[in-house]
Write a protein that binds this ligand. Structure first.
Ligand code: ZN
Length: 428
């Protein structure tokens, strides 16, 4: 059984997208007062959508729309058709709550099963699901997809390293689903307990946080050459499983038969040229209970326009490289910390920790200093050369020449949570 659609060409995909877009606009217009008011205000009627280019006429939806419509925002079906709700963990303000119809859940299960298929699993695989269970979409999503695919799910949840290690030995799972920090922790624990020969984990599907190339390398080495698959996920867009890194590991295929992805400049809201960094804006094609029309995710990535060597027709985007809210305006250039992270991940001789320091000096100009840790085994003699490579890379990526300072390995602060990396002293 395959969970991939029988698509023969990109033209066929585009025709499918147009039908879905027309259905979505019509459905939202007639099912949701909130959407109808927005579409009326933009002067768009469902019948106006004649081609995919008409997507640009549609108004944007944002987290703000989810807040105004709390607790059941964007609801476009009668409440009796809703079979489940999920909510984001939400750190500020109200949580984002999303409603699902029976078909929405089935569609999500199908997309997620496709992820396991793309990662090369079979029904013989056993999947230890070590992500959070609860009102959020993680645990339930991973399990739903696994069972729909037909592999064996071990729904353990996060944490509890004793139990994780015991299950790895007793149940012999072949796949772990967890965050990348958890994978790293687990790899260290397996070494400490001398279990390297006693487990059979070959693949790790990880999501929900940004992970540098250096960290991926440490996980792969720590677990004796496991294969890593980055899985994107957004509660507003079903949850995790709307795409997956494939087996050639060059970006993430996304399920363009379920949603349209636009990459837009977050300031002008115009499309960026293919391959350039911008904000992900999504429009669903068959989501019933809470359809999304040009929903601004605030996540930044770029399209990878070339066909993938794996042969899969589904388009690709890069890993999530940051949030548009984190944008820095420096010497009139828009910079995202993720761009610098991207350069550092591809520079030799440096570790995974860094800081970006911005200040204003006596000459009235703004300066950028990047403090980065030397790799654990790199000699300080190479500092000048390494700094030069980094500075050149940053200049090419963001058009700013930084001063690069190398510091000893282990001297920059580390934290389990998201580390503060940008220190802006320009307005002090
Ligand atoms: Zn591929």
């Amino acid at each position: 059984m395959t969970f991939m659609p029988p698509l023969k060409s990109l033209e066929e995909l585009a025709a499918h997208q147009l039908t879905g877009l027309q259905w979505t606009v019509d459905h939202a217009y007639h099912g949701s007062e909130h959407y109808r008011a927005k579409l009326d205000q933009a002067g768009v009627k469902p019948g106006d959508i004649k081609s995919l280019d008409d997507l640009g006429k549609l108004p944007f939806t944002s987290a703000e729309d989810l807040r105004t419509g709390y607790p059941f925002p964007l609801l476009s079906v009668p409440m009796s058709e809703v079979v489940r709700i999920h909510a984001s963990s939400g750190t500020t303000g109200k949580r984002k709550v999303l409603c699902y119809s029976k078909k929405d859940i089935q569609d999500w299960a199908h997309m997620f099963a496709r992820c396991y298929e793309i990662a090369g699993l079979s029904k013989e695989d056993r999947v230890q699901i070590a992500v959070g269970y609860g009102v959020w979409t993680a645990g339930v999503g991973f399990q739903l997809g696994c069972e729909n695919f037909g592999a064996l799910a071990v729904p353990i949840g996060p944490g509890n390293l004793d139990m994780q290690c015991q299950f790895l030995v007793d149940f012999q799972p072949t796949v772990m689903c967890c965050t990348s920090s958890m994978a790293l922790l687990l790899s260290e624990e397996i070494k400490r307990r001398e279990l390297s020969d006693k487990h059979r984990v070959k693949k790790i599907i990880y999501g929900s946080e940004r992970t540098s190339e250096a960290m991926r390398k440490r996980i792969i080495e720590g677990l004796g050459g496991v294969e890593l698959f980055d899985i994107p996920g957004l509660t507003e867009l079903y949850g995790p499983g709307t795409g997956l890194e494939c087996q050639v590991h060059q970006g993430i295929h996304y399920w363009a038969d379920y949603y349209i992805l636009e990459i837009l400049n977050p300031i002008t809201l115009e499309p960026v040229p293919p391959g350039e960094l911008g904000e992900m804006v999504v429009t669903t094609l068959c989501k019933e209970a809470a359809p999304l029309i040009r929903y601004r995710t605030r996540d930044l990535t770029r399209l990878l326009p070339e066909p993938c060597p794996c042969g899969c027709l589904m388009p690709r985007h890069d890993r999530i490289l940051g949030r548009s809210d984190d944008m820095i305006i420096f010497r009139a250039v828009n910079i995202y910390p993720g761009q610098i992270d991207h350069v550092l991940s591809h520079s030799p001789g440096i570790g995974s920790e860094y800081q970006i320091i911005l200040d204003n000096r006596d000459d009235g100009k703004d300066y950028m200093t990047i403090k980065v840790e030397r790799a654990e085994d790199a000699p300080p003699d190479d500092d000048a050369k390494t700094a030069q490579i980094v500075a050149k890379g940053v200049k090419a990526e963001v058009l700013v020449s930084p001063q690069v300072e190398l510091v000893d390995y282990g001297t920059l602060p580390r934290s389990d949570r998201k580390s503060k990396r940008v220190f802006d002293h320009r307005f002090e």
